[in-house]
Design a protein. Structure first.
Length: 428
């Protein structure tokens, strides 16, 4: 008999397919297939508005009793990410495309990676929260992951840039993630090609240009304003302004289309600090987990690396650590590839990595044009989408995410400095 708990929200507020049977399945899976009776559940607060445009996110606790041992009470903490109930919001942000892609990642790719790693005795290389259950039909989609906050994991801030300790642990986690693909592809090429083909490009690509175009124009104009004020008449301003509108997106699209290139791997896609959870493990050491694979794609790993560096570090940090960032990432990648039985010198030697920086770092710049203005928003300025979008039709994202020129000099510098760095290093 369920206890009547005031926190018990209606499950169909999450999704019409999110039922008590699903909750029971989560309990059983969390306890390795044992039969468990569901006794209660509670839902905590959803996440702050502005943290998720494509999804709705809730934390929850489940309570149950193991059938074979009525004395043993069990509990599972989980996070459920669900497609918005608001139909217009769902259509506006193409939520169904993003959910489908992420669920394919968790259900098709992760199990294959886990088996590959288990066979090598290297299961610790895949640093993601445990996937418990998911559902996709384009209207009732949800993904349930273990809630790792009770284990001490917490998010990197949306607004602040990462420090060196956080940067190292995130780089190592990212490098290990990419290494799995490199070794898998090296040892099981046909299977890897099949796996990679399940992912669809959800953000870049000519097929998404009409959806993104007006918003991208907003972002480019904000960057031009920042350059004009902070670096007037500079080489960076001239170079950035020389691109015909749409050309930067087109270059990123070309990068994303090289899925068959020898150095393309399964990459996270939405690779900035808020999609990593970090915890201290003592003696000044940290570890990190990766979240959010709605933009997962098969592409060059530098697309992830450049997004992280440009969206989440300041100029002063890059001036001091840029070479160390590249060294740390590549050496961690090489060690992990080696631990999986492949030869990093053959697969991704350092000189090839350094050469490819010139080809792929532009992607990080283009994502930073969006990530930096969004991360500079005060929580009070975050967009309450359900309030803005009220009918059942899609609207242009630029009518919803209305960003204006950055008001502070430090904010403008943070954005402009990324462009200066890209120009100085020959990335654009």
């Amino acid at each position: 008999m369920m206890s009547q708990n005031k926190n018990r929200i209606n499950l169909n507020e999450v999704s019409d397919k999110f039922t008590e049977e699903v909750l029971t399945d989560i309990l059983c899976k969390a306890y390795n297939g044992k039969k468990v009776q569901l006794t209660d559940w509670t839902f905590g607060e959803g996440f702050a508005k502005g943290d998720n445009y494509v999804s709705t996110v809730n934390k929850s606790k489940l309570y149950g009793i193991i059938d074979s041992d009525q004395q043993q009470n069990v509990q599972v903490n989980f996070v459920v990410k669900s497609i918005p109930k608001n139909i217009s919001r769902r259509k506006t942000f193409r939520s169904a495309d993003f959910f489908r892609n992420e669920i394919l990642f968790y259900t098709q790719i992760v199990p294959k990676f886990e088996k590959f790693l288990a066979d090598k005795g290297q299961s610790n290389l895949l640093c993601i929260p445990r996937h418990l259950v998911s559902y996709t039909d384009g209207e009732n989609d949800f993904v349930v992951l273990e809630d790792v906050s009770p284990l001490g994991f917490g998010p990197a801030s949306r607004q602040n840039c990462i420090d060196w300790a956080e940067c190292i642990v995130i780089l190592k986690t990212l490098a290990k993630f990419h290494a799995i693909s490199f070794a898998y592809k090296d040892q099981k090429k046909e299977e890897f090609i099949k796996l990679a083909s399940v992912l669809n490009e959800t953000y870049l690509g000519n097929h998404n240009w009409n959806w993104y175009q007006k918003f991208h124009k907003q972002l480019v104009d904000i960057a031009k304003d920042a350059l004009a004020i902070e670096y007037p008449n500079s080489k960076a301003e001239k170079q950035f302004n020389s691109y015909e509108f749409g050309k930067l997106f087109q270059k990123c699209t070309e990068c994303s289309e090289r899925r068959d290139a020898p150095t393309s791997v399964i990459s996270a896609g939405d690779c900035w600090a808020p999609n990593f959870l970090v915890r201290d493990i003592g003696q000044n050491r940290k570890e990190a987990l990766m979240l959010d694979f709605q933009l997962a794609r098969c592409s060059n790993p530098i697309m992830d690396l450049s997004f992280l560096i440009y969206s989440c570090t300041l100029k002063s940090f890059r001036d001091q650590y840029f070479d160390d960032i590249l060294k740390t990432y590549h050496s961690e990648l090489s060690n992990a590839i080696k631990s999986l039985g492949s030869d990093p010198e053959k697969i991704y030697p350092r000189d090839l990595f350094m050469k490819e920086l010139k080809d792929y770092f532009i992607v990080g710049l283009v994502f930073a044009l969006e990530a930096i203005p969004l991360s500079l928003l005060d929580p009070s300025q975050a967009f309450d989408l359900d309030d803005i979008i009220k009918n059942d039709e899609a609207v242009d994202i630029s009518d919803v995410l209305t960003l204006s020129n950055i008001k502070t000099s430090t904010g403008r510098q943070r954005l402009a400095d990324v462009i200066v760095h890209a120009v100085e290093n020959g990335y654009i």
